[in-house]
Ligand binder design. Sequence first.
Ligand SMILES: NC(=O)c1ccc[n+]([C@@H]2O[C@H](COP(=O)([O-])OP(=O)(O)OC[C@H]3O[C@@H](n4cnc5c(N)ncnc54)[C@H](O)[C@@H]3O)[C@@H](O)[C@H]2O)c1
Ligand SMILES: CC(C)[C@H](C(=O)O)[C@@H](O)C(=O)O
Ligand SMILES: [Mg+2]
Length: 352
Amino acid sequence: MKIACLAGDGIGPEIMAEAKKVLAALDIAGIETADADVGGVAYRNHGHPLPPETLELCKAADAVLFGAVGDPACDNLERHLRPEQAILGLRQALTLFANLRPATMFAGLEDMSALRPEVARQIDLLIVRELNGDVYFGEKAIRTLPDGRRQGFDLMSYAEDEVRRIAHVAFRAAQGRGKRLCSVDKANVLETSQLWRDVVIEVSAEYPDVELSHMYVDNAAMQLVRNPGQFDVVVTGNLFGDILSDQASMCVGSIGLLASASLGETQTAFGTKGLYEPIHGSAPDIAGQGKANPMAMILSLAMLLRHSLGLDAQAARVEAAVAKALADGVKGADLGGSANCAEIGDAVVARL
Ligand SMILES: NC(=O)c1ccc[n+]([C@@H]2O[C@H](COP(=O)([O-])OP(=O)(O)OC[C@H]3O[C@@H](n4cnc5c(N)ncnc54)[C@H](O)[C@@H]3O)[C@@H](O)[C@H]2O)c1
Ligand SMILES: CC(C)[C@H](C(=O)O)[C@@H](O)C(=O)O
Ligand SMILES: [Mg+2]
């Protein structure tokens, strides 16, 4: 079982070290890890944020464990050389079109939620974010109009097969959970969303046991803080899913808690090939200070064990250890506590 570990920039190396600590403590026979540069550090060391050797390592691996990319020192580089292009490039090169972002309330964190405790307690949802399309990958440019004005554009598009495959992932996820699926779009304004809605309805015929609803994204943003308990599985496009998942993180208490799995259709000997990363970024404002919460990274490792390696029991062990640490009051600065990044990792290991 081969895991490619890409720590990346900012807090990436700090949180990756804690995930590796947890993996080592599990002592699973037959796992090999290999490190590679990605993002700003890769640009500095190899002249490119996603060097060919890093991509090859990821292609050959059963799973990729990914920290974060993003470095303010790279902000003025040409777009294709910026660190963020590495994660976009990996998602595209590995056809990881389904991004699962679960948000569940942990016991003992109700007071840290941006919501009232009785509202926060209801949160148990899964955002299924499409990851290979939308404005992210459409034609984009800053061009000069005939009258001399500059105009930026990013083409928003979804082909029906792209919507169909993510819809199937979402319906199947709903079948395995509360059997309710809410498709979030902007079909009152966008043609892309109208097609999205039509295709989701078409696919729903194959899942009569799942209750399908539709919601406009602006309303969804509001409902997520008004009554998040109404959501079971949410399926949405790349941009809306990016934004709603950061919002969901503060409903749970911190962006340092939300993990993700990015999956495609490639099966390995052990499960589905995937990339696993926290939903947050490289947090340059706290990098190198031990202030990062590694729990999202550790919970991403749990998702890796479950989806790519078929090690459900080990995944559950890691999730239970994180929940127990939180219930015992092990909290970083993001949750109003004083534990540093390494102490949080140690506390999780101690509870495995
Ligand atoms: N997948 C990725 O690698 C990814 C995701 C998001 C953003 N980014 C990049 O990261 C850089 C910084 O972006 P940003 O500031 O908008 O978002 P960010 O998620 O990095 O940080 C937002 C805020 O949350 C805090 N935060 C994030 N993770 C935390 C953690 N684990 N523990 C405690 N606090 C945490 C940060 O300190 C910051 O105040 C940018 O270059 C951005 O493009 C990368
Ligand atoms: C860094 C950026 C490209 C990325 C995205 O927008 O997908 C990030 O925000 C995320 O949520 O993983
Ligand atoms: Mg994001």
